[in-house]
Design a protein. Structure first.
Length: 169
């Protein structure tokens, strides 16, 4: 599958490129990655970056860089590496990208694209650390509902189930 380019009113979601590695590394090796199990070492961060890209070839979904204007402001992804119970819609913003609605806008665009390519019964979840109130708010703005009926990625995670495609119309 060709990795898509998705455009919204303000953002461009595009395939990751090597120039996206420095801001990805900076986030994942910093304290800002604490809600994702980090901070991670550079080798682990590199593996995550490569996995998000390889997902496109293996599964038809993966990570996309989020651009606002000509600046990478974060990443949005739908991934399901071996230890994940099911496909996760995830988002992260690089330093300076927070508080502008980019995560919600980008995640909604990728989710909608995914549901047009992967019809029901596939459902997306987001795994959110209970201390990450900002990420929980993004999930809720996307219409996701916290559920205890699905397994978490990590025992303390909250699982948010995204609405079925028919509810997005």
């Amino acid at each position: 599958m060709t990795t898509p380019v998705i455009e919204t009113a303000r953002l461009r979601l595009r395939p990751q490129e090597i120039r996206d590695w420095p801001p990805f590394r900076a986030l994942m090796t910093s304290e800002r990655a604490r809600f994702m199990g980090g901070p991670f070492g550079e080798g682990t961060a590199w593996g995550m970056f490569c996995s998000d890209t390889a997902h496109w070839d293996f599964f038809g979904h993966g990570g996309l860089t989020v651009e606002a204007g000509d600046r990478a402001v974060g990443q949005v992804s739908i991934i399901c590496p071996p230890r994940f119970p099911q496909e996760e819609l995830g988002w992260m913003l690089y330093e300076g990208g927070e508080g502008q609605g980019y995560a919600t806008e980008a995640a909604a665009a990728l989710r909608d694209w995914y549901y047009t390519q992967h019809p029901a019964p596939v459902r997306l979840v987001s795994y959110v650390n209970p201390d990450n109130a900002a990420s929980a708010r993004v999930a809720e703005r996307l219409g996701a509902v916290r559920t205890c009926d699905l397994p978490p990625l990590d025992p303390e995670d909250h699982v948010y189930l995204h609405p079925a495609p028919e509810r997005l119309q």
